[in-house]
Design a protein around this ligand. Structure first.
Ligand SMILES: CC(C)(COP(=O)(O)OP(=O)(O)OC[C@H]1O[C@@H](n2cnc3c(N)ncnc32)[C@H](O)[C@@H]1OP(=O)(O)O)[C@@H](O)C(=O)NCCC(=O)NCCS
Length: 170
C-alpha cells in the first residue's frame, strides 16, 4: 500500500476531470471528453488531494444545486465527483477530501451539503456526518445510489428534509 503523504487543497475544477473520468466513468471511450455540468458552472468549487509531486490522487467538487427535499433557492450545495485513485484508497484520502468540502461550506455560509451517493460509498459519507434520505434509486449503468446530506455548519436553523416529501431526482 502507498503510504506517501498528501495534501488537500482547492484546485481549478479542470484538474479534477481526468481522475473523475477514469474512476467514475470508466465505460466512456478514451476519446470522449468528460464534461459534467459542474465543470462549466461558475460557482463550482473543487478540492483535490495531491501527492508530493503535485499529482492528483483524490478529488471532489461542490456546486450550487438543491437536493430533492429542498427548494431551488435553498442555497444548498451538491457534492459531485468524489473519486480516489485505486492505489491510494483505504488510507483516508476520500475522507480528507470530504472534510475539506465540509469545512469549505462551514466557512462559506453553511447550508445543506448533499450528494447522490453510490451505495458502496455510503460509509464514507456517514463518517462525514451525512445521513441517508429517501429510497435507493438506480443510475444506469452505474448502479444503486441514495441521497446523503448534512448541514454544512453550526446552522441548526437550516431546514432539513420534511417527512413525506416526494423524491425529485436531481
Ligand atoms: C469511495 C472512495 C472515494 C473512498 O476513497 P478512500 O480514499 O478509499 O476513502 P477513505 O480511505 O477515507 O475511506 C475508505 C475506507 O478506508 C478506511 N480508512 C480510512 N482511513 C484509513 C486509514 N488511515 N487506514 C486504514 N483504513 C482507513 C475507512 O474505514 C473506509 O472503510 P469503509 O468505507 O469500508 O468503512 C473510493 O473508494 C473511490 O474512488 N471509489 C470509486 C468511486 C466512487 O465510488 N466514488 C463515490 C461516488 S458517490
Amino acid at each position: 500500500m502507498i503510504t506517501e503523504s498528501y495534501t488537500v487543497r482547492r484546485v481549478p475544477v479542470e484538474r479534477t476531470l481526468a481522475l473523475r473520468k477514469a474512476v467514475l466513468r470508466p465505460h466512456l471511450p478514451a476519446e470522449t471528453p468528460y464534461l459534467p455540468p459542474d465543470a462549466t458552472a461558475p460557482d463550482t468549487v473543487a478540492y483535490a488531494a495531491l501527492d508530493s509531486r503535485d499529482r492528483v490522487i483524490g478529488v471532489a467538487v461542490l456546486t450550487p444545486h438543491p437536493p430533492p427535499f429542498a427548494p431551488a433557492d435553498s442555497g444548498a450545495r451538491q457534492l459531485r465527483g468524489m473519486a480516489v485513485a485505486p492505489a491510494h484508497r483505504n488510507r483516508g484520502v476520500g475522507g480528507a477530501v470530504l472534510d475539506a468540502l465540509i469545512a469549505h461550506v462551514a466557512h462559506d455560509g453553511g447550508g445543506i451539503l448533499w450528494c447522490n451517493a453510490r451505495i458502496a460509498a455510503r460509509g464514507l459519507y456517514e463518517r462525514g456526518g451525512m445521513s441517508a434520505w429517501g429510497e435507493v434509486f438506480d443510475v444506469p449503468p452505474i448502479g444503486p445510489h441514495i441521497v446523503m446530506w448534512r448541514r454544512g455548519g453550526p446552522d441548526g436553523a437550516v431546514p432539513g428534509p420534511a417527512a413525506g416529501v416526494a423524491p425529485r431526482r436531481a
